[in-house]
Write a protein that binds this ligand. Structure first.
Ligand SMILES: C[S@@+](CC[C@H](N)C(=O)[O-])C[C@H]1O[C@@H](n2cnc3c(N)ncnc32)[C@H](O)[C@@H]1O
Length: 231
């Protein structure tokens, strides 16, 4: 774990992120539910609905962690495959979906062969976001859909202040009580890695999701990016 204030980059970041999720995996789901007051469940379902894919479609859940998105995809009649590089997170998963241990920046998947991609709360964890966007564009079929769910900053100043206090002060305390203190100090800080919504939208449009849109949820504390691969 890096010292407080340090945000690692490149290969060092990937190693630290993998070790951190291995470490916090056993209580990851419990802390997610507590710190979001179970709102994460609704955010994931909203993202799956946003894919608007036919039942039976194949969807990769990238950086699937413990597979919450995989379960939602199954509920909607879709065929998920979860991919994550943390052996600990995959071991803690209780989903019926097939899970693969791999780096999502180098997907072991041929070009243009999946109907959809979903990814939850992982963009800020990747060492190279541009590479991730190129990789999802490579594997999604023309007309295929993406749904990326991640944290955001409310635009309302009061909400942003309240959310900042909660995320920076309360979340690390919940994490320290129930799990690994340094990981839950690092997680709020890692939001600094995430580019603003406009930059993310334009990056997605550049790699082939020309209709990409952003939807703010719950007063702007979370956001979804949806897009369709060009035909
Ligand atoms: C915050 S968790 C999100 C888990 C899950 N998607 C969810 O919605 O709860 C981030 C996940 O990204 C995974 N991850 C980060 N970088 C990765 C990479 N390059 N390849 C595969 N998995 C990665 C971590 O192992 C971790 O499980």
């Amino acid at each position: 774990m890096p010292k407080d204030g340090d945000l690692p980059q490149g290969d060092e970041k990937a190693i630290i992120v993998e070790q951190m999720f291995d470490q916090i995996a056993p209580r990851y789901d419990l802390i997610n539910r507590l710190m979001t007051f179970r709102m994460d469940v609704g955010w994931r379902r909203r993202t799956v609905r946003g894919l608007s894919l036919e039942p039976g479609s194949t969807v990769l859940d990238l950086a699937c962690g413990t597979g919450d998105f995989c379960d939602d995809l199954l509920r909607f009649g879709l065929n998920p495959v979860g991919i994550d590089f943390s052996a600990g997170m995959l071991a803690a998963a209780a989903t019926d979906a097939p899970l693969v241990r791999a780096d999502v920046l180098q997907l072991p998947i041929p070009d243009s062969c999946v109907d959809g991609i979903i990814c939850g709360f992982a963009l800020r964890n990747f060492k190279d976001l541009t590479r991730f966007f190129r990789e999802i564009s490579r594997v999604v079929k023309p007309g295929g859909r993406i749904g990326l769910l991640d944290v955001s900053q409310p635009s309302n100043a009061l909400l942003r202040w309240g959310h900042g206090v909660y995320f920076d002060k309360v979340v690390p305390k919940i994490g320290a009580l129930l799990s690994d203190p340094s990981a839950y100090r690092y997680l709020p800080k890692s939001v600094d890695y995430l580019p603003d919504s406009e930059t993310l939208l334009s990056d997605l449009q550049m790699v082939g999701f020309s209709d990409a849109t952003q939807i703010s949820l719950s007063g702007g504390i979370t956001q979804i990016f949806l897009g369709t691969q060009e035909l």
